[in-house]
Design a protein around this ligand. Sequence first.
Ligand SMILES: Cc1cc2nc3c(=O)[nH]c(=O)nc-3n(C[C@H](O)[C@H](O)[C@H](O)COP(=O)(O)O)c2cc1C
Length: 140
Amino acid sequence: MTGSQGNPMTIGWGLIGQIWGRPIFQVLVRPTRYSFSLLEALGEFTVCLPVDGHARALALCGEKSGRDLDKIAECGLSTAPSVHIGVPHIAECPVHFECRVIHVNDVINAGLDAEIVSQSYPKGDFHRIYYGQILGVYES
Ligand SMILES: Cc1cc2nc3c(=O)[nH]c(=O)nc-3n(C[C@H](O)[C@H](O)[C@H](O)COP(=O)(O)O)c2cc1C
């Protein structure tokens, strides 16, 4: 989730690990997403883990853009304030990560496997990789 009001976006690509001695949640976001502009503006995000009953919400939040509708309301979900950052989390998710962006870099054509370029980037909309320092992980 990004934005101070909370715009949820379904993600499938991400990694958790340790870099620079810090716990990091890496997410990959295409520049065409509304979430991209919110991330660029605020530099913070939450990652909220779904449960079985969230299939419809996951589909809607992975198809519709927050530019066009309030996805939280549309999904019958609600937001709750986070502890460390201004971006809220989804109250109905059992676990959430609070992350502050400490680095970004872009996936580029050079050096990337040609099959991946043709399969994942036929329009040239390469992801930006956000390195979010995990400031806290909480149960709702
Ligand atoms: C299962 C699934 C996984 C997705 N993973 C990503 C992802 O990792 N990165 C990304 O940029 N878009 C991903 N998308 C697409 C976005 O969720 C989708 O474009 C969304 O509508 C963007 O919302 P926004 O414009 O409000 O940011 C995924 C979609 C689905 C259905």
